[in-house]
Design a protein around this ligand. Structure first.
Ligand code: FAD
Length: 499
């Protein structure tokens, strides 16, 4: 058995792992990333949020590469949701925090996106090893001190490290080592059946790049335009229907066809000309279930969980990659602060877990309300009206939340010219939209009510800061997000006590 030593071992080369590894390496620490597969490899989770694209990707230094990859631009989302038959849209530009140059995200083929992040990690100094499957962690004196992994030749290696970051996704083999347990959501008990189509239609411009989420009697369907011709299409239905779609591809095909036929807007978009891709990586009809859970602990001495290894909520509103990359950043800050001798472990990782849980909880509550209200618009209004007074900021808060960014703090702390530019841009768009009536239709008003629930008012400052750091690349002064908590260092890569 070979033995090596690194400062940090990251397990898994998805977006969470690549983010954590790169941001620790950027502080000059020695990082080993172990990935079971050889990239590019398939993964679901194709619709990104602006916070990832403009915040995390800029911190990682891949924004130009992302631009060159020519992914579909996503300006917002389109919904046919609840009992209202009229589809409604939201634009990221309606949030004052995501205005100007950052009012879009991307729809990505994960094989391409994840590979960009992984190769970038290597370029930024991370030692990346593919075909390296981690089987267990090594412990000593109540502390995680490393991992054992098996390489492509079957040889077992042991690596010691001050920290192990588990970013190995929903099928992690080592997350239990943090000492907690995975608790499955009582609320989200769904499964997804999904595949790919060539030749599907597009929403009218300028919404052609939007994700479309269309509810139907049995659940809802995502329709994600990955290129001019390729579309990711998936049905999310109750897990109690698992029996129907288990089995061979023919059974899945039959089930998916049935769902699509019963969802009018998607059926119309696919039309007679669209053909399901039946060969290659996109040719398989896949099923995912048991994906809504959270671990009761996110860290222990020597180890932290990031991304799906820690938690995931639900595909609606595309929060998975956001939570994974945000957690990657938070974990990197904690690791960097401890390795740099600036903070003790308890304090640094307490901040990591506190912020990560907060982000998870805000989305969990919001998505729960969103599902609860599906199919019963009266109940939905009643609930929303009961908990909030309608005002125009509710819609902005919604877009800010689902963009993965927070309230107006960015504009408040950014240099004057950026404030002016961003602020003016957001205002003019907002005004323009209102003037044209896009968001003030009956369905637009419904959005305002819905997204005025208190949890939306509790949007995070943090993602806003991340995005601003990415855009401006500058030091900032932030208030602690948590009571008695820490603030990010000037470079955004560590924690420090507030002034
Ligand atoms: P992953 O992307 O899963 O990466 C983990 C990596 O670890 C993999 O490369 C794997 O090969 C590797 N690995 C696993 N085991 C080992 C091991 N033992 N040793 C070494 N390496 C290992 N998110 C969105 O943002 N937008 C969406 O539209 C969206 N849609 C979704 C639809 C469905 C049906 C589901 C279930 C999820 C969706 N998600 C979406 C969520 C998204 O897929 C995940 O949240 C995201 O991929 C998590 O990233 P990660 O880095 O934590 O893990």
């Amino acid at each position: 058995m070979k033995n090596e030593s690194f400062d940090v071992v990251v397990v898994g080369g998805g977006p969470g792992g690549s983010t954590a590894a790169t941001l620790v390496a950027r502080r000059g620490h020695r990082v080993l990333l172990l990935e079971k597969e050889t990239f590019p490899r398939y993964q679901i989770g194709e619709s990104l949020l602006p916070a990832t694209v403009h915040g995390i990707c800029r911190l990682l230094g891949v924004e130009e590469e992302m631009e060159r990859a020519a992914f579909t631009r996503k300006r917002g989302g389109s919904f046919r949701w609840g009992t209202n038959p009229v589809p409604w849209n939201f634009l990221f530009a309606l949030s004052p925090e995501i205005s100007g140059p950052t009012s879009y995200a991307y729809q990505v083929e994960r094989m391409k996106f994840d590979e960009i992040l992984l190769r970038n990690a290597a370029a930024k100094g991370v030692e990346v090893r593919e075909n390296a499957a981690v089987g267990e962690v090594v412990e000593d004196g109540g502390q995680v001190t490393g991992v054992r992994y098996t390489d492509a030749d079957g040889e077992v290696h042991e690596v010691s490290a001050r920290y192990v970051i588990d970013a190995s996704g929903n099928r992690t083999r080592i997350s239990a080592a943090v000492g907690g347990e995975r608790v499955y959501s009582e609320h989200f008990r769904n499964l997804a059946l999904f595949g790919y189509f060539e030749g599907g239609g597009r929403l009218p411009a300028p919404d052609a790049g939007n994700i479309l989420c269309a509810a139907f009697d049995e659940g809802w369907i995502w329709y994600i335009p990955l290129s001019d011709t390729l579309t990711s299409v998936g049905a999310v239905i109750s897990a109690t229907r698992a029996q129907e779609i288990q089995g061979d591809q023919a059974a899945r095909e039959k089930a998916l066809r049935g769902f699509l036929d019963r969802c009018e807007i998607v059926r119309d978009l696919l039309g007679p000309d669209a053909a399901r891709v039946t060969e290659g990586t996109y040719g398989e009809l896949r099923v995912r279930k048991d994906y809504s859970y959270a671990n009761t602990r996110f860290w222990r001495p020597g180890m932290a969980l990031v991304g799906d290894a820690a938690c995931f909520i639900d595909p609606v509103f595309s929060t998975g990659v956001h939570l994974a990359t945000y957690a990657g950043l938070l974990a990197a800050r904690a690791v960097n602060s401890v390795l740099g001798g600036e903070l003790d472990e308890e304090r640094a990782f307490g901040e990591f877990e506190g912020r990560y849980r907060r982000e998870y909880k805000v989305f969990y509550e919001f998505l729960s309300s969103f599902y609860d209200m599906q199919g019963n618009e009266d109940g939905y209004f009643w609930k929303a009206k009961k908990v909030t007074a309608f005002d125009t900021t509710a819609m902005e808060a919604f877009v800010t939340l689902v963009g993965g960014v927070a309230s107006g703090e960015t504009a408040l702390t950014a240099p004057a010219e950026m404030v002016d530019r961003f602020g003016a841009s957001a205002r003019s768009l907002s005004e323009a939209v209102e003037a044209t009536g896009d968001m003030t239709t009956a369905s637009g008003e419904r959005m305002n009510h819905l997204f005025g629930v208190p949890v939306v008012g509790d949007v995070m400052h943090e993602m806003n800061e991340i995005q601003r750091r990415g855009v401006l690349g500058s030091a900032t002064r932030e208030a602690p997000l948590l009571p008695g908590g820490l603030v990010p260092t000037a470079d955004g890569l560590g924690w420090t006590e507030p002034a």
